[in-house]
Each structure stands twice: as C-alpha cells, then as structure tokens.
Design a protein around this ligand. Structure first.
Ligand code: SAH
Ligand code: SF4
Length: 392
C-alpha cells in the first residue's frame, strides 16, 4: 500500500490506493478527514474514528459504538486499523519495557518504554536500521533497510500505550513523553515522522504536549531547515564532539554538514517556534579516551556559548561490534563539572533496562536483507572531502 505524502492531502491521493485497504492508524487528522470526504463521509466521522483508534485503542470497526452500522460495514470493505505486530515484550526489573515489533517485510524493530517517577518516556524507532553509520551505534552498524511507514511509527506508541491500559476510559497515563531516539535517523524519513509526531501531539489522539515530544537528529541539515514548517516538537542534536575533526570520525554525516552549519540550523528551528525560552538538547555520548577529555569539555563549552542549549551526557553503551569503552565515572563527573561551571544545565542519562539490552545504541532488532547504503553514503562523503582538498 502506498502512503499518502505529507503535503496537503487530497481526496484523489487518498482514493488512489487501488484495491488495498487503507490503514487508518497512520493517518494524521487532515489525511483521515480527506479519506472520509473521498468516500462521501463528513469530517466529524473521521474525528470519531480517530478517537476510537488512538484514545481507545480500537483495532476493528465493530467496537465503534457511536458509528452507524452502515458506515462500519463500508469501512470494513475499504479500510483497516493495523498496528505492527509485537513479537516479544521484555520487562526489566527497573520497570523498563522493551517491545520487539515485526514490521512488514519481516524485520524486527525495537521500542523502549522508560519510567521515571511520574514520567514515562517512549523511545520510538523511525527506520529499519540506519544509513548514517555513526561509529559508536549498533543500529548504524547493521546498515539501512527501509523507512518505517507512519502506521509503523505511531503504531509503536499505540502498542506501548495499550500495553499499560492507557487506551481505555480513565486509563492510566503512562506514556507521557516520546523521543524519536530509537533505531534510525528521523529526518531521513521526514514525512512519516512528521505525520506521526503530529498525531502524538494531537488532542484527538494522544494529546502529548509539544514540550514532551522530541526529535533527535545527527544533523541532516536540509531537512532540519524545513522542520519548523511542519511541527513544533522539541529538538535534540546528537553532537558527540566539540570539533569537526573528531565529529567527522564519530558521526560521518558531519563531513557533509559540519558543526557550524548544524548549530545554525538548529538555532533557526527554535527561533521559529512561537513559544520563547526553548532550548535545544545537545546529546553527547561519552566514549573512554575518545571524546571525554577535559579539553573536549572546555571546547564544547566554548562552542555552545551562543546557542540556547541544555546538555545531556550519555555514557557510551558497549555492544559486541564495537571496540569503544564506556567513559569512566571520574571522567564523566569531571566532564559534567566543567560544563556546569561554564553555566550549562548538564544532565547525565542513566542506563536503564540493562538486563534486557534496552539502552541507547544497543537497539539492533533483527534486520535482514540490509542494503549497504551506508557504504554508498561513505563514498559520497569521501567525494565531498576530495573536492574540498582539491579546492583548497
Ligand atoms: N538517529 C538519531 C536518533 C537515534 S540515535 C540520532 O542520531 O540522534 C539516539 C541517540 O542514541 C543518539 O544521541 C545516539 O548518538 C545515541 N547512541 C547511539 N549509540 C549509542 C551507544 N552505543 N551508547 C550510547 N548512546 C548511543
Ligand atoms: Fe543512525 Fe543515530 Fe545511530 Fe547515527 S546514532 S547511526 S544517525 S541511529
């Protein structure tokens, strides 16, 4: 089935689905309304169905008691509500819950729920694998397979919320925050990620505040430049290094879009937000002896002087394909102290779900049939570098 593109929805686009049933779970309000209008139904019907799916966890039309029998029968013929399939659920002793979710094509992705007091953060995947090949990331090591559809992205929220009984009348509100920090680079799956994030924040769906939905990117600048036109969610930048030389090694996309360009674009994003006092979250994964020295912290403090940020330090989580080591506790403390003394709000992400391999960067799923797109990316970067050197 083809997904409808994220630009202005049209009835034609929606009915151009051929014989396949339209999966309604992935449609944001405007597209759902366009679908209903394309079959001669009113907007309020679309809203009713939207609430049934995302607020009450309905996955079949028969449950929709305030929708007429005729319309239910009509919908059954042409539409469906199909979340991806949960293969396995792991519960950690610390309350972290990990879902292995099978998506179309047979690959398995991971979604992690992390409780913290009143807060429950869901870490959502946007792609099967990732093409950007950051040197410290397990997802990157497996290459890229495909983008997730909007149904598969919002489906992760649906699955997690439903597993906690959240999608029923007066159900507990467990998923209070969402971070697009699972597998994949969200900005490389722009339309589906934007549609899904807007569903997360929509009052007729999950109603999560825009301050509690965060997109994390390693720095796809052209897409970041477009983002403020489509959403007002929070932004996290995966920086990991205070200078281009080191960042080129850790985050290869930096060779195409270097730090200054990335920070400028991030600044423009938050300046475009209607609410003031927004801060960009800077994520910095600390790797022993690689980017965790005091001079790195000083350089980082200098680099971010003019950018409204808070900094989140993430101790590197080891995995078997990597030789990197976790930062020592001493180096971590020292790094944090330097940044705090320089005036930055600096938090440390504690590792959760250790017993179920649910930590950042350990999300590998079971991805088959990898096209080595990451290799093609590398070739592209090398080309850019070569041009730069020749041009110098
Ligand atoms: N592609 C996006 C979002 C997914 S990665 C991005 O890069 O921002 C989510 C976060 O996990 C990123 O900040 C990433 O750098 C971090 N991460 C990846 N591998 C890690 C590892 N092995 N240990 C700790 N953090 C890691
Ligand atoms: Fe992709 Fe993010 Fe992992 Fe880099 S850190 S390889 S961008 S998922």
């Amino acid at each position: 089935m083809t997904e409808v593109s994220s630009s202005t929805p049209s009835a034609q686009a929606v009915v151009a689905e051929g014989s396949a049933k339209m999966n309604l779970i992935g449609l944001p309000e405007a597209k759902l309304v366009a679908f209903f209008e394309s079959i001669g139904e009113k907007k309020f019907r679309a809203i009713q169905v939207m609430k049934w799916i995302h607020q009450y966890g309905a996955d079949n039309f028969d449950d929709m008691s305030n929708v007429s029998k005729d319309l239910r029968a009509k919908l059954k013929n042409i539409a469906e509500i199909r979340p991806p399939e949960v293969v396995q659920q792991f519960d950690s002793t610390d309350g972290t819950r990990k879902f292995l979710i099978r998506v179309a094509g047979g690959n398995v992705i991971e979604t992690v729920f992390i409780p913290d007091g009143d807060r429950g953060t869901l870490c959502v995947s946007s792609q099967v694998g990732c093409s950007l090949d950051c040197s410290f990331c397990a997802t990157g090591k497996q290459g890229f397979n495909r983008d997730l559809t909007a149904a598969e992205i919002i489906g992760q929220v649906w699955i997690a919320a439903k597993s906690f009984g959240q999608l029923q009348a007066n159900g507990p509100r467990r998923v209070t925050n969402v971070v697009m920090m699972g597998m994949g680079e969200p900005l490389l799956n722009f339309d589906n990620v934007v549609d899904s994030m807007n569903l997360m924040m929509h009052d007729n769906a999950y109603g999560i505040s825009k301050r509690r939905v965060t997109l994390s990117t390693s720095g796809v600048v052209p897409q970041l430049d477009r983002l403020s036109q489509f959403t007002d969610a929070c932004l996290a930048i995966s920086l990991h290094a205070p200078n281009d030389e080191l960042r080129n090694e850790l985050v290869p996309i930096n060779r195409k879009y270097p730090i200054a360009m990335l920070l400028d674009s991030a600044k423009r994003y938050i300046e475009a937000m209607p609410d003031t006092h927004r801060k960009i979250t800077i994520e910095y994964t600390l790797i022993d002896q690689v980017n965790d020295r005091p001079h790195h912290a000083h350089q980082l403090a200098e680099l971010l002087r003019e950018v409204p940020v808070k900094i989140n330090l993430i101790p590197f989580n080891p995995f078997n394909l990597s030789n990197y080591k976790r930062v020592s506790n001493n180096a971590l403390r020292k790094f944090q102290d330097i940044l705090m003394e320089a005036g930055y709000i600096t938090t440390v992400r504690t590792t959760r779900g250790d017993d179920i391999d649910a930590a950042c960067g350990q999300l590998a799923g079971q991805v088959n049939d990898i096209t080595r797109r990451s290799e093609r990316y590398r070739a592209q970067f090398d080309e850019v570098q070569a041009v730069k050197i020749v041009g110098q």
